[in-house]
Write a protein that binds this ligand. Structure first.
Ligand SMILES: [Zn+2]
Length: 369
């Protein structure tokens, strides 16, 4: 029983051994199949860093890569880098001439072309404070404005409220627009106007670093609010003054339509339409400083009062002696009206009077009122 039991037990062990060996072989086969599947999947899968759609959208022509040692192709000419030739700067002395500066903000836009036509017809020059995104969209309008004698100023990249912006934002808004204008006309603007007139010490410092004076205004036509040409015309003409900087916007059709009447009415009053730089000709604008208008010239110095004669002629001219009348005395023909007579000679003892020196204010606000 015991042997039989052992014999029977040995058969069972043998069967079990065969079963185990068979299972191991099957497992090996399954492992081998699994390994083959993994290898196949690895080979056939796309690059995991490239989206599947990128494969489908791949260009039919392979991208050309620069080859080491190969001669690099000549750079493609960048449009807009050819500097615009501006007409000669006019020699207008705004301390003598009744100057006024029209300024147009927020463009250029397609309507700017009509405004340029109007200004050309009236031989008037103006200043455009441009927004960088619009310069990038309409560089040809900026180039035309410069070619026709107008001036370009920086009005930020996106018309941001710079007085409420971070330092990095202010730098970006001003710097990007300087670059956009440089690409369009070949040189960056010399002037800057903060959108909304919103500025502070930080904006002033960054404007100064860019070499840009801050040009505000002295006459606001509120044309952005009153989209009525007649209202804008009347306001501009009524509030105009010598040395004024008038704020308008060429992005509004009603504003552009108001300009012909403004030009005609102000020309009748003797105004000459100049750019902002022309308005300040002979005066150095300080970067970062705010300017609202050109201060009126200082009043002429009071006429020199000749010293009372201390020596009385003891001998009266005898009758018949031809009298010598000093120049300027009664009886001398006076200079015709409108012509300045030559200054009278100062007494020998008085020092020669020096011409008044115009001191530019540190901030134009100081000369207002
Ligand atoms: Zn603006």
């Amino acid at each position: 029983m015991l042997f039989g039991g052992l014999s029977s037990g040995g058969a069972k062990v043998s069967e079990m051994t065969e079963a185990v060996i068979g299972a191991v072989n099957r497992n090996r086969a399954m492992v081998a199949v699994a390994l083959l599947v993994c290898v196949w999947l690895t080979v056939m899968q796309p690059d995991p860093e490239v989206p599947a759609t990128a494969h489908a959208a791949a260009p039919t022509t392979p991208a050309k890569r620069p080859q080491a040692g190969a001669t690099s192709p000549s750079p493609k000419p960048k449009t807009g880098l050819v500097p615009v030739v501006a007409p000669p700067r006019r020699n207008i002395d705004c301390t003598v001439v009744k100057c006024i500066a029209l300024t147009f903000d927020d463009g250029p836009m397609p309507g700017t072309a009509k405004l340029l036509n109007t200004l050309a017809a009236h031989k008037a020059r103006a200043t455009f404070f441009v927004v960088g995104v619009n310069v990038a969209a309409y560089p040809d309008l900026v180039r035309r404005a410069v070619a026709e004698g107008h001036e370009i100023g920086n009005h930020s990249w996106s018309h941001a409220d710079l007085g409420r912006s971070s330092k990095g934002k202010v730098r970006s808004e001003i710097g990007r627009t300087q670059d956009a204008v440089r690409r369009a006309i070949g040189r960056p603007p010399d002037l800057f106007r903060p959108p909304y007139g919103s500025t502070d010490g930080q904006v002033a410092a960054i404007a100064r670093q860019n070499g840009l004076p801050q040009i505000i205004w002295s006459v606001d036509t509120f044309d952005w609010r009153d989209r009525n040409s007649r209202v804008v015309e009347r306001r501009a003409v009524r509030e105009a003054h010598r040395g004024a900087i008038i704020l308008m916007h060429d992005i509004h059709r009603t504003s552009v339509s108001a300009v012909p009447h403004i030009l005609e009415a102000l020309a009748r009053k003797g105004y000459v339409f100049v750019t902002v730089s022309e308005l300040y000709s002979g005066q150095t604008l300080s970067p970062g400083t705010k300017y609202r208008h050109r201060c009126p010239p200082p009043p002429p110095p009071p006429p020199a009062v000749p010293a009372a004669p201390t020596v009385t002629p003891s001998v009266a001219p005898s009758p018949g002696t031809p009298s010598v009348t000093p120049p300027g005395a009664a009886g001398t023909p006076s200079a015709p009206a409108g012509v300045l007579a030559a200054p009278s000679a100062a007494p020998p003892s008085a020092p020669p009077s020096s011409p008044p020196v115009e001191q530019p204010p540190a901030d134009a606000e100081e000369c207002e009122g």
